[in-house]
Every structure is written in C-alpha cells, then in structure tokens.
Design a binder for this molecule. Structure first.
Ligand SMILES: [Zn+2]
Length: 571
C-alpha cells in the first residue's frame, strides 16, 4: 500500500466547528482576511508576503509601527548571537510583531524558540509562554538568562517561597518572558497577578497538545483560548514540531486564532537513515537489538529503544541489563528513579534507554546515534517526532523500526481506551450529580464509582468544566456547581471524539502502510506533513532508496526486506 495516498488532508467539518475551521489553504484565508478596521485594538492590517511594509498595511499600523526586519536582525545578533534568520523564522515573527497570529510547524532543532523569544524582546509588555514540560522550560529559561534576557518560570518544582517570589516579580512588572505550564492558570492568586500585566504575546509551545487530534492531547490545554481572551487577547503564536492539516486546523480552532500566518518548513533530516526491518517474532527482534547494542558499544554512540508497553520494556531491560549498559524509563517508575536514570543517560552513562513514549519530549541530548522502535507507534507524526530525536547534532544517525504486522493490535488496544463515549460521559455525570453541591470529590473516587477509566473521566470533567458546570481544584479534586449536568449538550464534543477515533484508525493504517511501503521513507514523511517535494526527489538514505538502487527489478516488499538487510551492511 502506498503511504502517500493516505495523506490526512481532511479538514474537519461539522456542527462543532463550522465557522471557525480554516480553509485547507491557510495562506489563501490569510490574504482574504477581514480589514483591520473591523477588529478592535491596535492590530495591523493584512500583510502582503512580497512587500510587507508598504500600502494600506503600513498606514493601518501608523500608530504602532512594528519593528523592521533590520531592527529585528540587530536584536538577533546582539542578544542571541545569530547573524541572520534561518528559513521560516522571520515570517511568523513579522506576523506577531504586526499584531497577527502565527502558527509555526518546525521540527525540533531548527530554531523554533527564537521565533517567539525574539518578538518577546521587541514587544512592549510580557510574553507568556505555555509549555507542557518543566524540564523544557527550565532549559529555555537557563539559556535565556545566559543571553541576558529577563526570563521567569513558574512551575511545581519551585518551593512555595520561590513561587511566591516569581508571583511578586510578575506583579512588580519584572520579566520579559514568563514560562508556565497550562495547569498554572488554575492558581487564582497567580492569575490575578497576571491580569495586572499587559501581555504582549501569548505563546503555546508544543501546541499539538491543544489538539484533540494530537497524540499528546492534554485536557488542560483546551482552555487556553479563553485564557488568552482574559489576558486581553494579545497575538497568539502556536508552535509545534509536528502537525498534520487536521491538527493545524484544530489548534487554530481551540486557541481561537484568527487566520494565523502558517509556516511549515524543515522536515527533511538528511543525516537520519530511516529503515524498517521486517521481523516475524520477538526472538528476531531481540537479535536485531543485540546487534544494534553491540555496534553502539563498539562505536561509543547512545540511543533510545521505544516500546509500546511497560511490560515489554521491563522484559527487554531484564534481557539485556547484564550484557549492555541499558536503562529503563516509563511513567510508572517513581519520580526519583526516573530522574536518576535520565541523568545517567544524559551524562553518557548508558548505551541505550529502553523506554515508553513517556521518555523524550524534554530530552535535549544532541548526540543520539540511534532510535529503535521495537514497536511502531500509533501515527507517523509520533514516529517522526520520536525518531527525530536522533542525530540532532547533524551527524549520521540511524532510525530503525522492527516491524511486525501483529504489533498493530497493541496500538488498536490503546485506541479503544482513549476517549469517552456517550455512555461513559452520562455515567460519570450521573455519578457526580449524586454528590452534594459545593463539596469536593476526588476524580479517583468518581471514576471508580462510575466505572469509567480515570483518563476518560478526566476528559468528561474537563468538558463539563468548559461548560461552567464544575470547578477543578489542585490535587485532582472537583466540585459540582450546578444541577442537571446531563442536561447540557455534550454531543458536539463527544461527536468530536467519534471523529477522533476514526482519524486515529486512519493514522494507524498510515503508519502500517509506511512500514510496508517501498517508497522513499523521507519523501513519504514530507508529503505527510504537507511540505512541498519535487516530483523526482528521493532521499538516498533509507532502506527503500537502497531497494531502488540495489535491485531495480524487484521493488517488492520482499525485495525491500532484502535490501533493508543488505543496507545494514552497506551503510
Ligand atoms: Zn529515501
């Protein structure tokens, strides 16, 4: 099956999103925008891509003329030490400086952070950056402080006293950039402080977490659109390393973005060798892994082995821990143990981390020489995000899937447990209704009594919260605010989940098709992400390309399997 035929160009339609869905060609919508006079505030008029600073746009901005590219470059040089913008950086910067929204799809390591850090220094006011991971924001904060930028971060790793200090700094008008997790907005005292500030830019990093079609969906992300409103609706910039058309339009909708300037660039990673090895059983997979570990220990490179389940991770860890320097990482380990293993890995003490997908979002290790998928993940974007952690230093690295067709079942199992259906939503709402008004109840309690998995219960409660029916407290406690919870119409939201389930199945099929395909793997991925590719282009650095070179006569699945095996000895 040809993976490219399944490009998910589906833009969601239906009652839940109708008017706010962007057209498939975001650029077109961008140019057709409403004139600036119909909007409030000192927002700029439409840009022209060719000539941003002339004509009506410039006069509309006469009062608040945004900094020019020259001025921005000067700051880029002075504060960040870069001579010029990389491809795709300036366009979104120009958009937010001019008061518009911007959506940036750029792989990690291609200079994504500059895109919001630079406007933060140029715009008068505070730039608020929502980031899903504390390790990520700490890392960014350290780097910014080193560049002399007044960067604040508030998160759960701070002591109460430290958090109070940051809160006071916010009140006093300190800070050019403030990093926080989405959960932090629930802290009312802190939010009041924030309301006292002029927020110049609202940034959502790892924005696919906003999207109900994103693989890292986090319920706390879905209220960010209304938070931006409360903060005076500054320009919104959403950044992600991975977003299909469906995810992009969902990010726009969830955040209430106004025809954002969309930039998609930089998905090709020439230094990554992508390969899929067909394996018929775990014995063969284990031998392949042993070979990879041996080679890695000889050459001194380190990498990650992704598994789908904790159980499989434990099995592999037991199997290899005497023979190789391997670590184990998954979400069920105690926090201290996770940190210790991660630090050992980061400092070069391990050849391989055997891990579930809990490992990685905040990993800033640039010299990974391999990423192996012992099981393939549920979508091509998850795959490329995980595989893309290899070779960030630009040197050669190998990304291998140990493919076995039966592994699709593991992913299908996960799909079944992801989203609540109508029955589960009703069960949970009825259980909560039995609980007295004004009293808090823990989510674990509710989930257990309703016999709904906790993860799904959390989604239903978040939907109810969005409708103003419940209030959430820290520590997983919830309070019912009204009677007759089931009277509210959640059908649109739940229909979304139906659609989401369907799309998840399509994504999984695309992932399987990728594994079985004989077409250039990089090409398939670029097409999947809507990056433009020339007709006759292929990467020359994947097992499928080997197949074409090695045996033109037999580009069949069997031929590719053979070429893949040969490729290992060639490369
Ligand atoms: Zn290729």
């Amino acid at each position: 099956m040809d993976g490219a035929r399944r490009r998910p160009l589906v833009v969601r339609e239906g009652p839940a999103c109708g008017a706010l869905v962007s057209s498939p060609g975001t650029e077109t919508a961008f140019f057709r925008r409403m004139p600036s006079s119909s909007r409030s505030g000192p927002r700029a008029g439409s840009h022209s891509a060719a000539d941003p600073d002339t004509s009506a746009a410039a006069s509309a901005r006469a009062v608040h003329r945004p900094p020019s590219r020259t001025a921005a470059r000067a700051i880029l040089r002075e504060r960040f030490g870069h001579d010029d913008f990389r491809r795709g950086q300036w366009e979104p910067i120009r958009a937010v400086l001019g008061g518009d929204d911007a959506l940036v799809v750029m792989p990690t390591g291609s200079g994504k952070s500059i895109v919001y850090q630079l406007p933060a220094l140029l715009l008068p006011g505070l730039t608020v950056v929502v980031s899903p991971l504390i390790s990520l924001m700490k890392d960014q904060q350290d780097k910014l402080i080193a560049h002399g930028v007044d960067a604040l971060a508030i998160h759960s790793h701070l002591t109460d006293a430290q958090a109070r200090t940051v809160g006071e700094q916010v009140t006093e008008g300190a800070g050019e950039i403030l990093y926080l997790t989405p959960e932090r907005f629930k802290d009312r005292e802190f939010f009041e402080r924030l309301l006292g500030r002029k927020v110049a830019l609202f940034v959502v990093d790892e924005a696919h977490c906003v999207s109900q079609w994103g693989h890292d969906f986090r319920p706390d992300y879905i209220v960010l659109g209304s938070i931006a409103q409360r903060l005076g609706r500054p320009p919104i910039m959403a950044l992600t390393a991975t977003a299909t058309a469906a995810v992009r339009s969902d990010i726009e909708r969830q955040l209430g973005m106004r025809t954002p300037k969309t930039t998609i660039t930089g998905f090709a990673r020439p230094n990554l060798r992508l390969e899929v090895r067909r394996t018929v059983n775990d014995g063969i997979k284990d031998s392949a892994l042993e070979e990879i570990f041996t080679r890695a220990e000889e050459s001194g490179g380190a990498g990650v082995v992704y598994v789908a389940t904790v159980k499989e991770g434990e099995r592999l860890y037991e199997r290899f821990k005497e023979q190789f320097r391997v670590g184990l990482y998954h979400g069920k380990l105690a926090a201290a143990e996770r940190t210790a293993t991660q630090e050992r890995f980061m400092s070069g003490g391990l050849t391989a981390m055997i891990a579930t997908n809990a490992f990685g979002l905040g990993i800033d290790k640039h010299d990974l020489r391999f990423v192996v998928h012992y099981h393939f993940p549920g979508s091509l974007e998850s795959y490329y995000q995980e595989a893309g952690r290899a070779g960030r230093d630009g040197k050669a690295a190998r990304c291998t899937i140990l493919y076995r067709v039966e592994d699709a079942r593991v992913q299908q199992y996960f799909l079944g447990g992801k989203y609540p259906d109508v029955h589960e939503a009703v069960k949970l709402a009825l259980t909560l209704e039995q609980h007295p008004l004004g009293e808090r109840v823990s989510i674990d309690d509710l989930a257990e009594r309703a016999e709904v998995p906790r993860r799904k219960a959390r989604i239903v409660l978040t939907l109810l919260k969005r409708h103003g029916l419940v209030r959430e407290y820290r520590g997983g406690e919830w309070e019912r605010l009204r009677d007759r919870l089931t009277a509210v119409d959640l059908s649109a939201d739940l229909t979304d989940y139906e659609e989401r389930r369907r799309l998840d199945r399509v994504k999984l099929e695309t992932m399987v098709a990728y594994c079985q395909s004989t077409k250039c793997r990089t090409r398939t991925i670029l097409e999947y992400f809507d990056e433009e590719v020339e007709d006759d282009w292929s990467c020359g650095n994947c097992d499928a390309c080997d197949g074409i070179v090695v045996g033109r006569r037999r580009v069949t699945p069997a031929g590719v399997a053979l070429a893949g095996a040969m490729g290992n000895s060639i490369a």
